[in-house]
Design a protein around this ligand. Structure first.
Ligand code: GAL
Length: 416
């Protein structure tokens, strides 16, 4: 009797053991900075807890340009990963090419339709079917502030662009770098996006970067936005060329710089360095963008696979991502807010709580706009054109804002 019981336990363990090897998920992402890596590790752990194997496919490079290039090569050679961080309108492009699988069974079971805000679910679907799972919402229009540096320089935390320049002058005179920045095209675009939103307001921002209205793209307000953006060069240190965004964030953390304009993945770096929001650092809306919210949604698009076990692992991955436990673990490390608006926010810091409130309220007031610097507003073809114009402009000492606004419009037109 005892022997039979032992045998049965042994068989049960074997079965559990074999399902423990159940499937493998290969996940392409570019989460390699301190906060990002912690967030990705939470997902890996939760998949391993379910008996699956996590194959990490991290391609370093902020904004994900390098990751997208590598993904294309892998997909074209017929060997895509199970999941890849693909965002915004690109999801539609990949689905149209027939690469992505439907997640409708997982989505129906967990009722994603009622759990997700429509502004999110719309992006995740192709022809009415879920092909990607949203992970979080990042707010892009933030200003990160080191309050001790401000205090020392006798400067006030700015709420408008004019106040920004006034504070930056004081900080510069006090011998600190006013604005931490990394000279990479996507970071230039992220900075420009914040300035453009301040000058244009959400309506004209949308007209320019979502609807591609040529008059707004080349108009006087765009010229003003470009002029103010260019002025920011005066407050960035000469070593910014090629600098990674998280290195720039470190400058604010260490007090080598006073501010950074960056999405809240920067908060992941403050958190990883054990800094406390509201005390060691402040998060305020990027100057002149109060009442608006530039959103960037991270999402994993799921590729068609031909192995049943791996498909199961892929579905488990999709399901896990929208469960509350993961939403809290991942997003507290990453700096973002949950993509589910029904989540308890008490475990999140003050910045995330403010972000969630703003995400909800701006959806009603019209202040909620997609980020073009992070692929949520337009196609990658248009985005690439905008990046080129903006980064060339920002890198020229005597660039002409009027001519650049015209080039911006024609560059966008050429990619439509
Ligand atoms: C964004 C992405 C974030 C963050 C950031 C820096 O585009 O959505 O998750 O990783 O780039 O790499």
């Amino acid at each position: 009797m005892k022997l039979i019981r032992h045998l049965m336990v042994a068989i049960a363990l074997c079965v559990a053991g074999s399902s423990a090897q159940a499937g493998e998920v290969e996940v392409l992402h570019w989460w390699t900075s301190g906060g990002e890596a912690k967030a990705a590790a939470a997902l890996k752990q939760m998949m391993e807890d379910q008996g699956h194997t996590w194959k990490d496919f991290a391609v370093a490079g902020g904004g994900g340009e390098a990751a997208m290039t590598v993904l294309k090569t892998r997909a074209v050679s017929g060997n895509p990963p199970a999941a890849a961080q693909i965002k915004g309108l690109d999801i539609q492009e990949w689905a149209k090419l027939g690469f992505l699988t439907s997640l409708d069974d997982v989505a129906d079971k967990a009722n994603w339709d009622s759990m997700l805000p429509p502004v999110v679910s719309k992006v995740m679907k192709y022809e009415g079917h879920y092909v990607a799972v949203p992970i979080n919402v990042h707010r892009v229009n933030w200003l990160w502030v080191n309050p001790a540096v401000f205090k020392k320089a006798g400067a006030e935390v700015p709420t408008t662009l004019d106040e920004f320049f006034a504070a930056a002058d004081k900080l510069k005179a006090a011998g600190v770098v006013p604005l931490a920045h990394g000279g990479q095209a996507w970071q230039d675009a992220t900075l420009f996006e914040a300035v453009a939103l301040a000058v244009l307001g959400p309506k004209d921002y949308t007209a320019a970067f979502v609807e591609h209205d040529m008059d707004v793209l080349s108009g006087p307000k765009m010229v003003e936005a470009l002029t103010k953006f260019h002025r920011m060069r005066d407050y960035i240190d000469p070593n910014s060329v090629g600098r990674d965004w998280n290195v720039a964030t470190k400058m604010v953390i260490n007090g080598d710089a006073a501010m950074q304009i960056m999405g809240d993945w920067a908060k992941g770096e403050f958190t990883a360095a054990d800094k406390v929001a509201g005390k060691d650092y402040l998060c305020v809306p990027a100057p002149g963008t109060q009442g608006t919210f530039t959103f960037n949604i991270d999402s994993l698009a799921m590729f068609k696979l031909n192995d049943e076990e791996n498909e199961k692992a892929q579905k488990d991955l999709a399901r896990t991502i929208l469960e509350p436990e993961f939403q809290t673990l991942f997003n507290t490390a990453k700096g973002s807010i949950p993509v589910r608006t029904d989540m308890d926010m008490s475990n999140f810091d003050a910045c995330a709580q403010k972000s969630m409130e703003a995400f909800k309220s701006t959806a009603d007031t019209g202040g909620l706009v997609p980020s073009f610097a992070h692929g949520l507003a337009t196609t990658s073809a248009v985005q690439g054109q905008i990046f080129d114009v903006i980064t060339n402009f920002f890198n020229q000492k005597d660039a002409d804002p009027k001519a650049t606004a015209k080039s911006l419009a024609s560059a966008v037109q050429s990619a439509l």
